[in-house]
Structures are given as structure tokens and as C-alpha cells.
Ligand binder design. Structure first.
Ligand code: 5AD
Ligand code: SF4
Length: 461
């Protein structure tokens, strides 16, 4: 069979990064191999995100750019998958008539057959139907890309929480957990291929196993993953504060490989706004969880998401958010201006916050958090950190880059003639702090500690 090329563009969250790899697995039997060059592709797939309005705009502007390629190469197949595809269905074809396949989040397992149909019949197809019971949630197989320090492993999909601003339950469906054996097997395969760190991902990993985990909850799953020989670091994301159990908090004190970092989205510091968001906890409840986490692991890094300008957010509510941010001292924050999403309850709330006000609030929060993050980073100057090497820094390619256990980016020069490999763990002394990264120098004898056989980055200094 003739070898064909697929170019995949991934937008949005870690779930989509994982799903794009799933797409490659599904297309391999049709002899599609990945290419990074869209002009050389026989098939271009766009894996989309609809969490905020901006993300959705990006999809249409990207599709606009593909018109030129399709004109020169009429046999090119263009597919749009992910959350925007699920949400828009046929409407997507009305706005972008050069698209051949629209496949939603539930039809990823049918991608190969959809591509075959378009190849044979040259017609447009929309498949946003639910997943068939018989279709597996994810397919495990050979590790497709081994020269990397870290990999995602999906443990659950969907969400039952229905926060009033969020489109996820509509485009990703109800919560469903993967069997623990599958997760362990996939993680073991990654580890055997020299990948020392995994991030267990799901919209709300704390709910893992609540509905169909076969007697294994999230702390129990973490324990099983922690037992995998050769694995060095376990991360997970995202956690919902209301489901953060004592068992999970204790796991931070007990499990060697679990990194001291938790992403715990708070969204707002105002009880009134939290209620209108349907978050299911109060500000005090959140602060209690933070205190418990720090009780078990004093150095734990806590990061969060905050939405400013949620409908009805008054100045006093926003001040409560600023106050919480200062009280907690987050290691870093993802900040968003509220945007209406199709069908979500908050889109129908009348008391929208004007864009200029949201903008001002965003800027104040950004300024405060930047100085908190910088202070936290400065406190690390002079310490020695274990860094997992990711590769060369994009900004300054003569430098290497990696991450601390707490997920801080550290750039460093490999001064000696030693070979440094992706996936290696080095001891690095921190010499300078910036607001988004740290600068360090590898230190001491034996800083070279091999973690796998298939690392692969040669760095000749
Ligand atoms: N507007 C702005 N931010 C949103 N998020 C989710 N939905 C919206 C929305 N409609 C943010 C939340 C969530 C993160 C992934 O995106 O903070 O935690
Ligand atoms: Fe969206 Fe809320 Fe579910 Fe997170 S918990 S995915 S914000 S509905």
C-alpha cells in the first residue's frame, strides 16, 4: 500500500495532545505516517478546542489558510475533529466548505473508516454521533515518539459537573473512567521506552473510578502507577477542589514518585460567584484544602485557574479573588476573561461584565500574580533542584531546558563536554530567577544520572 502523509495540528488542552496521538494510531493501518509539513500532506487534521471563544476563532482562521493548499492540491483531505467539531457539526461545513470530514470527540475511534470513505467516495462526511459501547475509550499500542521526557496518559474522559460557564460536559460528554489495567499497561510501555515522567489526565481526575473504575479510586490508581519500575515522576491534571479527598492529599506524603505539585482550579475567591458558577465549594473550603495539602507536603507547588469578569461579578467579588490569590500565594496562575460559550447557562445570565472592566481586572490580577510568582522563583536561587531534561530551549537553542519536580522551567548551559539526553534527570543549581523561568548550572559529580536507554538528544558543548 502506498505510504501517505498526515499532518495533525493540535489546539487546546492535554486531552487533545493525547487524542492526536490516538488519531495517528487509528490511521497507521491505512499507511498514514506523520509529517510536520502541511504542504506535503495527503491528509490534514485539525484537533480543535472550544473552551473559550478565542480558541474557536483560531480554528476558522487556520482553516482559512488551508484554502490555498487545497486549491493547488484538490485531492488533499481536510478533517476537523475535537470539541469545535462536536459542537458545530454541519455548521462547520457551511463556514468552511473545503473541509471533508467533521468528526466529533466521540467518533475518534471511527476516524480510519471516515477517511477511507472520503478517499473512495470523495464526499463530505459529518460524524458527531455518540460512541458505540463496543468502541474502546483509548487504544494502547507501540510508543509512537520515544525521544521525549514526558507523556500524557488519559485516565478518564468527560465531566459531570456542569459549571455554568463551561462547555466541556456538552462536547466531551459524561464522566467515564478507563480500566486501571489499561492505564498501568500504557504507563509501563512508556516507561520501558525510556520516558521517565507521565501525566495522568482527565477533566476531573479526582472523580476517577467513581462510576466505573472497578473498585479502584484515584489514590489507589496512583499507588499502582507508583509501583511501576523505572518510572521516575507522576503528575496529574486536572483536580476539582470539591473532590479532593483526604486519601489523595495523603498520597502526596506517601508516594515517592508523585511530584509535589497540584493544579487546583479555584476560578474565583468570592462565594457568591462560586455559587453562580456551580462550583460546589466555598472559599473557606478551598483554603482548608490548601492548608491540608501544605500540612502533608509543606513545599507543594499549587497552581490554579481563575476566570475574571464572570457575569454578575462585582468589584467586591473581584477584590475577594485578589485577596484569596495573595492569601494562598499560588506558584503560578492561568487567568482568563470570561467568554460566553454556546448552550452554557452563564451565556444566558443578563448581568454581563463590560469587556473594559474584565480587561482591567485581568491586568490587576496579572500584575499581582507576576510579582508573587517572581518572589516564589527568587526563593529558589541558591538551591539545587532535580531537573528532568526536555531538550533545547526554543528561545536560546544553545541552552538546554528542563523542569523541576514542581514543574518550573529551568534553562541551563551544559558547560562541559558531557552528553546530555532528553529524559535525563540532572542536579542543577539555580542562579537566577525570572517571572516565567529559572536559570541554572548543572552541578557536582555524578550529576549525570541515566534514566532510560532511549533518551536520544546529543548535546556536544
Ligand atoms: N470563559 C473563560 N474561561 C473559561 N474556562 C472554562 N470555560 C471558560 C469560559 N467560558 C477556563 C476555566 C478552566 C480553564 C480550563 O478554562 O478557568 O479551568
Ligand atoms: Fe468544565 Fe467544571 Fe467540568 Fe472543569 S469541572 S471540565 S470547569 S464543567
Amino acid at each position: 500500500m502506498k505510504e501517505k502523509r498526515v499532518h495533525i495540528v493540535t489546539m487546546g488542552c492535554q486531552m487533545n495532545v493525547y487524542d492526536s496521538e490516538q488519531m495517528l494510531r487509528h490511521l497507521a493501518p491505512l499507511n498514514y505516517r506523520p509529517t510536520s509539513e502541511p504542504d506535503r500532506a495527503d491528509l490534514i487534521l485539525l484537533n480543535t478546542c472550544s473552551i473559550r471563544e478565542k480558541a474557536e476563532h483560531k480554528v476558522y482562521s487556520f482553516l482559512g489558510r488551508l484554502v490555498r493548499i487545497k486549491r493547488v492540491k484538490p485531492d488533499l483531505i481536510i478533517g476537523v475533529g475535537g470539541c469545535v467539531a462536536q459542537q458545530e457539526g454541519y455548521r462547520l461545513l457551511e463556514r468552511a466548505s473545503h473541509v471533508d470530514i467533521v468528526f466529533g470527540t466521540f467518533s475518534l475511534g471511527r476516524l480510519a473508516s471516515l477517511v477511507q470513505q472520503v478517499e473512495a467516495q470523495k464526499r463530505q462526511i459529518v460524524d458527531i454521533d455518540p460512541r458505540e459501547e463496543s468502541e474502546p475509550l483509548c487504544v494502547t499500542g507501540p510508543v509512537l515518539e520515544t525521544e521525549r521526557a514526558t507523556a500524557f496518559v488519559t485516565i478518564m474522559q468527560g465531566c459531570d459537573n456542569f459549571c455554568t460557564y463551561c462547555v466541556v460536559p456538552y462536547v466531551r460528554g459524561r464522566e467515564i473512567s478507563r480500566a486501571p489495567e489499561e492505564i498501568i499497561e500504557e504507563t509501563r510501555l512508556l516507561t520501558e521506552n525510556g520516558i521517565p515522567e507521565v501525566t495522568l489526565i482527565g477533566q476531573n481526575v479526582n472523580a476517577y473510578g467513581k462510576k466505573n473504575g472497578q473498585g479502584c479510586d484515584f489514590p489507589a490508581l496512583l499507588e499502582k502507577v507508583d509501583d511501576i519500575a523505572g518510572l521516575r515522576r507522576i503528575r496529574f491534571t486536572t483536580s476539582h477542589p470539591k473532590d479532593l479527598s483526604d486519601g489523595l492529599i495523603e498520597a502526596f506524603g506517601r508516594l515517592d514518585k508523585l511530584v509535589p505539585h497540584i493544579h487546583l482550579p479555584v476560578q474565583s475567591g468570592s462565594d457568591r460567584v462560586l455559587r453562580r458558577m456551580n462550583r460546589g465549594y466555598t472559599r473557606d473550603f478551598y483554603l482548608e484544602k490548601v492548608a491540608k495539602l501544605r500540612g502533608v507536603q509543606p513545599d507543594i507547588s499549587i497552581t490554579s485557574d481563575i476566570i475574571v469578569g464572570f457575569p454578575g461579578e462585582q468589584n467586591a467579588d473581584f477584590q475577594a479573588t485578589l485577596d484569596l490569590v495573595q492569601q494562598v500565594g499560588f506558584d503560578s496562575l492561568f487567568m482568563f476573561k470570561y467568554s460566553d460559550r454556546p448552550n452554557v447557562p452563564a451565556a444566558r445570565y443578563a448581568d454581563k461584565v463590560p469587556d473594559v472592566v474584565s480587561g482591567e481586572r485581568f491586568n490587576s490580577l496579572f500584575e499581582i500574580q507576576t510579582s508573587v510568582t517572581l518572589k516564589k522563583n527568587e526563593a529558589l536561587v541558591g538551591t539545587t533542584q532535580e531537573i528532568l531534561v526536555d531538550g533545547h530551549s526554543k528561545k536560546s537553542p544553545d541552552q538546554l531546558t528542563g523542569r523541576t519536580a514542581c514543574n518550573r522551567v529551568v534553562n541551563f548551559s551544559n558547560g562541559g563536554s558531557t552528553r546530555v539526553e532528553v529524559g535525563q534527570i540532572l542536579l542543577v543549581r539555580i542562579v537566577k530567577a525570572f517571572s516565567h523561568s529559572l536559570l541554572g548550572h548543572p552541578v557536582g559529580e555524578g550529576y549525570r544520572e541515566d534514566v532510560g536507554e532511549n533518551g536520544g538528544l546529543s548535546h556536544a558543548a
